[in-house]
Design a binder for this molecule. Structure first.
Ligand code: NAP
Length: 311
């Protein structure tokens, strides 16, 4: 129900409780809103006035699709989960270790009229993804409509010094995890013949970066995977897109040394880091807007202009 509808319905309900018959204008509004007069507790003639169970329907109802947001506890994922929650989606807030932060995101989502659940699962493993999708299916009896592959890590160092474990950890979470989750979602979405997958890549996946060969390889892989999956799933009504953020304020970029930040800033035409909400806005559009149904296989930058001309 739209909040405005609720305001009208609530007013009618209290009038019914007081046994005040609706005015003609109210009657017309009720009909326009599709509210049955009887269901709102009004009857005519000798029949008694009674408030039926319809009036007891929960005020806030999450009417949006089931959306899984990996890494939804902090940073961009948190902003994405909240943006979807605000649109009354049922949001799975996945996290690796920040249980309290994830629970807080869920609380905020519920307060805004959405629904949510926090699920701990390591998205860098197939077992973690199975756990994530199992928990989602247990919570809501409807197919996953939106998957946002957002969880990501960095293990920055020069190639010469990079340990195999630093390479592997980043590839596991930032690339393999996107594959495992997308494959699991694909099975559900193909059956439903609808769904939207949104992968959070990076401008680094387009132009590389010193000290980030592992991260760039993973993000470049995600962009290529996005194009391939979009070609495979288009005929099944499933869209697959990526977003390439530039430098966005989060715990990840808070770790950057000042001299790097100063150097980066000179190359951002808009002269500032982006905000998580600015990425979340595009995710919301790709995930929920009807007009986004004709966009698939693309990687869209949200980067203050740092990557102009690279795509
Ligand atoms: P962040 O603040 O460090 O948050 C990372 C999120 O990912 C946290 O919720 C974390 O959960 C979760 N996570 C990490 N490893 C995980 C795992 N194995 N399983 C499940 N969840 C895991 O990062 P961010 O800056 O928001 O980045 C989010 C995404 O945007 C990443 O894919 C990143 O590469 C991409 N990106 C960020 C920027 C930027 O400037 N910030 C730019 C381009 C792209 P816990 O809280 O439990 O640790």
């Amino acid at each position: 129900m739209h909040p405005a509808d609720f305001l009208v319905a609530k007013d009618f309900t209290s009038r019914a409780e007081e046994q005040i018959p609706p005015t003609p204008i109210e009657m017309r509004a009720m009909l326009l809103l599709g509210l049955s007069v009887a269901a709102r507790g009004y009857t005519f003639g000798s029949r008694s006035l009674a408030v039926t169970s319809r009036a007891a329907t929960p005020v806030m109802e999450a009417t949006g699709p089931v959306c899984i947001v990996t890494g939804g506890s902090r940073g961009l994922g948190r902003a994405i989960a909240l943006a979807l929650g605000k649109e009354k989606c049922k949001v799975v807030v996945n996290y690796a270790a920040s249980a309290a932060a994830a629970e807080k995101v869920v609380e905020e989502i519920k307060a805004m009229g959405g629904d949510g659940v926090a699920v701990q699962a390591d998205t860098g493993t197939q077992e973690g993804i199975e756990k994530l999708f199992k928990a989602t299916a247990e919570k809501w009896d409807e197919p996953v409509g939106v998957l946002v592959n957002n969880a990501g890590i960095t293990r920055d160092t020069l190639v010469l010094r990079m340990k195999p474990s630093q390479w592997q950890e980043v590839i596991d979470v930032n690339l393999n995890g996107v594959f495992y989750a997308s494959q699991a979602a694909t099975k559900i979405m193909m059956k439903a013949r609808k769904g939207r997958i949104i992968n959070i890549a990076s401008v680094v996946g387009r132009f590389g970066n010193i000290g980030q060969a592992n991260y760039a390889a993973a993000k470049g892989g995600v962009i290529a995977m996005t194009m391939s999956m979009a070609r495979e799933l288009g005929s099944r009504g499933v869209t697959v897109n990526a977003i390439a953020p530039g430098f966005i304020e989060s715990d990840m970029t808070a770790e950057l040394p000042k001299e790097i930040v100063d150097g980066v800033m000179k190359n951002i035409p808009l002269g500032r880091f982006g905000k998580p909400d600015e990425v979340a806005g595009l995710v919301k559009y790709l995930a929920l807007d009807p007009s986004a149904l004709y966009i698939t296989g693309h990687c869209i930058n949200v980067d203050g202009g740092i990557a102009i001309g690279t795509c």
